[in-house]
Design a protein around this ligand. Sequence first.
Ligand SMILES: O=P(O)(O)OP(=O)(O)OP(=O)(O)OC[C@H]1O[C@@H](n2cnc3c(O)ncnc32)[C@H](O)[C@@H]1O
Ligand SMILES: [Mg+2]
Length: 180
Amino acid sequence: MLHIGVGSKNPAKIEAVRSAFAEMGFEAEVIGLDVESQVSEQPFSDEETIQGAINRANNVMFAEKESHFFDYCIGLEGGVIESPFGMFLCNWGVVVDKEGNVGIGGGLRVQLPEEIANHLRMGKELGDIIDDFTGKHNVKKKEGTIGILTNQLITRKDMFRDVTISAFARFLNPQLYEEN
Ligand SMILES: O=P(O)(O)OP(=O)(O)OP(=O)(O)OC[C@H]1O[C@@H](n2cnc3c(O)ncnc32)[C@H](O)[C@@H]1O
Ligand SMILES: [Mg+2]
């Protein structure tokens, strides 16, 4: 049985990790901890979003350092990127193990409607904007912006499940990632 720590209390993220490990064929206990991402509430680049995911994963590992409870700690972070083609949602995941090995995987990119992008440029958080936009509550803990924009064909949980599996590739195939 694997013990997995996730750096968030967001059920969309925790459920995503559960389904990723089930899909990879592991029996796993997945626990969410509230930790800091140490980046902006709304990351605005791939780099900042990856850094947020790294910090979350490390902070979960650090929180449990004494007990060595977790085999793997996972950080999942959502952000946006500006590009010459408009603004896109981006998502990143990071897995760290007890030895300090790090696996990183990224998720789908979805073009954001210009009205939503403009609110983001004015400094609002996507979680709040999408709730206003849809008249729903806590979209970020449910289908997510990606679920709204794809008519639920791809939900935030689905997307983070794939991100988790991608970030775990390094641990599925450690021999391919050996550096020498
Ligand atoms: O509790 P945490 O783990 O922080 O979960 P979160 O939903 O806030 O998720 P992130 O901090 O990773 O996301 C950064 C910001 O982007 C928002 N966001 C990112 N992806 C989203 C999505 O698919 N749907 C709604 N909001 C999203 C989110 O609400 C935050 O304002
Ligand atoms: Mg957040």
